[in-house]
Design a protein around this ligand. Structure first.
Ligand code: FPP
Length: 238
């Protein structure tokens, strides 16, 4: 029943399969990433039109640095271009952008572009778009726990005062709702260190489609599947 359909408030996506998509077409891997970046822009608009309030995508993991240098450079350049060209679009579409992950390892010009984009869009009231760059769920928890540890060392906090809410507020997604639905493309059925803390109750949806082939129809199918699931939180139907 279309009218009863619940639109998840927060959708997260592991965009997998750019390389396989390119290989299947006899193209260099980087063409897969470039096409993937175009799909990101389209899906952001589709998600916004569908009423999704938060979209979080995994663009570059802490493990991705171990890829061949030219591929890392190409991915960073795609992200650089995205940061530089998306400002006008974000202003027009009222998108609020946040980058999650450890930004300190990124080139300084990219860090500056990210800071500028976050600052310029922070009051926007449309869809919240989180891009995970140099992101790892474990790394994020380590950084958050260290920050709390510093407060303990400074005498501002006692260990027994630490709560789940405090940890949630100490990690990169502070202030954001947890994802309701996590989509992973291209057949793998793993979390791969994405949103480990936040994903405790997230519904998972896996599709065979490679990310560059992902469409609005695929997103609709994921939301339909989400609606068919019984939503349970520790025994009580949510
Ligand atoms: C996984 O495919 C994808 C990535 C590691 C990068 C995702 C990046 C983009 C879609 C482009 C940039 C993003 C933005 C936000 C503009 P893979 O290379 O692991 O594919 P494979 O498993 O088939 O080799």
């Amino acid at each position: 029943m279309e009218t009863d359909r619940v639109i998840p408030q927060h959708v997260a996506i592991i965009m997998d399969g750019n390389g396989r998509w390119a290989k299947a077409k006899g193209l260099p891997r980087n063409m897969g990433h470039a096409q993937g970046a175009r799909v990101v822009e389209r899906i952001l608009e589709d998600a916004d039109h569908m009423g999704i309030r938060y979209l979080t995508v995994y663009a570059f993991s802490t493990e991705n640095w171990s890829r061949p240098d030219p591929e890392v450079k190409a991915l960073m350049n795609l992200l650089r271009t995205y940061m530089k060209t998306s400002l006008a679009k974000c202003a027009k579409n009222n998108v609020c952008i946040r980058v999650i992950g450890d930004k300190s390892r990124l080139d300084e010009d990219l860090q500056r572009a990210i800071a500028g984009l976050e600052e310029a869009t922070k009051e926007n009231t449309g869809i919240h778009f989180q891009i995970a760059i140099n992101y790892g769920g474990r790394d994020e928890i380590v950084r958050g726990v260290r920050a709390l540890g510093e407060r303990i060392a400074a005498g501002e906090l006692r260990p027994e005062e630490i709560t789940e809410q405090m940890i949630a507020a100490s990690i990169d997604t502070a202030g954001l709702p947890d994802p309701d639905l996590l989509i992973r493309t291209c057949g793998e059925e793993r979390i791969s260190n994405f949103l480990l803390w936040q994903g405790a109750y997230t519904e998972l949806y896996f599709t065979q489609a490679a990310w560059p082939d992902f469409t609005k129809e695929e997103l609709e199918r994921a939301i339909d599947a989400y609606n068919r699931r019984e939503r349970r939180y520790g025994g009580l139907k949510g």
